[in-house]
Design a protein around this ligand. Sequence first.
Ligand SMILES: [Zn+2]
Length: 205
Amino acid sequence: MSYKNTLVKFIAAISIALSLLAFVSCSEAVPAEDPRPDRPQLIADNFAYPVGPGEYVTEARDRKDEWYNAQDFGENDHLGEDWNKNSGGNTDCGEPVYAIGNGEITYAADAGPGWGNVVIITHTLPDGTQVQSLYGHLKDIEKTSGPIKMREKVGTIGDGHGRYLCHLHLEIREQHCPSWDMVFVGYSPIRYGWVDPSDFIDKRR
Ligand SMILES: [Zn+2]
């Protein structure tokens, strides 16, 4: 092999190497597809109670507000809280129910006898973890999908197809909840995945 041939091959090799390098750097320069959805996700940075005109109500049947929690979380293996008006009976039928925090409606349907209309909202907390709030026995559902803001109307208080006196059954579930995105039984001695709604809201008001 002559000196000239070797030089030509050397130059050719260098050019191939340079073009490969250029190709690689060009490919790296192409921006990766934006993984974020078109609309920015609503972060749930604070929470409020789902009933009453203000953001806060007491669990007691007192004169501080018109609402009380008739059946606490854990009482009779209850997986939620039952919110009623102090005035009793069906006086709260049709009263508005509000989203406890910013989120996305991920379930809205008639869940049948014992439940009536149910809405589930998925909330993304500032640290990225998610929780869900469930609103049961609704008379009407305001909106069946999409983003919803804290205190935006979810629906109205109902009686679960006439099975109960009107009240709101409110649950809050954590990400490891076995019935994530699903309606479940409402009562269970095993509460792993469910949290006390009032305690959860009070810590984040
Ligand atoms: Zn209940």
